[in-house]
Design a protein around this ligand. Sequence first.
Ligand SMILES: C[S@@+](CC[C@H](N)C(=O)[O-])C[C@H]1O[C@@H](n2cnc3c(N)ncnc32)[C@H](O)[C@@H]1O
Length: 302
Amino acid sequence: MEFKHQPVLVKEVLKYIPRKSNGIFVDGTLGGGGHSKALLCESKALSRKSKVIGIDRDLEAIFAAKKNLAEFESQITFIHDNYSNIPKILKSQGIDKVDFILLDLGVSSYQLDNPKRGFTFQTDSPLDMRMNQKDEQSAADIVNYYSEKDLADIFYDYGGERNSRKIAKMIVEGRKEKKISTTAELSEIVEMSFPTNYKGKYKINLATRVFQALRIETNNELNILKEFIPEAAKLLAGDGRLAIISFHSGEDRIVKHTFRKLEEENKEQYKVLTKKPTVAGDEELKTNPRSRSAKLRVLKKL
Ligand SMILES: C[S@@+](CC[C@H](N)C(=O)[O-])C[C@H]1O[C@@H](n2cnc3c(N)ncnc32)[C@H](O)[C@@H]1O
């Protein structure tokens, strides 16, 4: 399957890169390399000395990015890992400080559209959702082994699903009869948890919030983000920036509060450059539906 993903807020991200001739950029969520390519093209105007360390926890993304960025081979290092390991990765490369760290959170369109990966209710596939297919726990493990209360909490906290308790109850009842192992089986249970007259009232598919919540839990997305931001801030060189694009209110809240705390507690060291998040303009909204919920926030090391 071809790797397709249209990056969001590219122009907006480029506005924040430090104008330096030999910058070191870290792309912690490389995906197909769309943002990294833009960074390298932009910095080419300054010099060919800029370097990118491109990281993704999904091996298929690394393969796609290698292909997409072949012309910049000498300037980019590809690493299959979790962005939470960036401090260790940089140490192993002999790098102390960097000029730009970018996180473009969530999943790529490729991951969503690939029926083998189980991220969506649009196709029937194994209930997987692991970004790194070497991780131990899949979404099916969560659905089949978590307690009813934990499932309800996840659906509510990560998906904002108000019918969370009923859905969790139905899942626990359903799995007593047969293990839930496909996206279609889960969607069916979620749909059955709603009153029959409910369907038309929801603007989105009834399973949307549950699938989002399960993806976040399967990949431990919010905890990783929360712990990473203060560590990333320590890696910035003077005038360096940490730019984070989020797609979910829980993620944006973490970015906003952690940036603000870093600024308040270290006024001489950090400044938040985006008092309000940067969002997509009309043109991008028309051409890239993923941009609708994208929010960019940037922290600068003084
Ligand atoms: C929205 S896509 C990034 C797209 C990319 N900016 C581009 O232009 O193609 C998010 C990517 O981040 C990766 N990812 C998510 N969480 C990660 C983590 N903790 N560590 C490394 N990669 C992660 C996903 O596997 C996915 O490929």
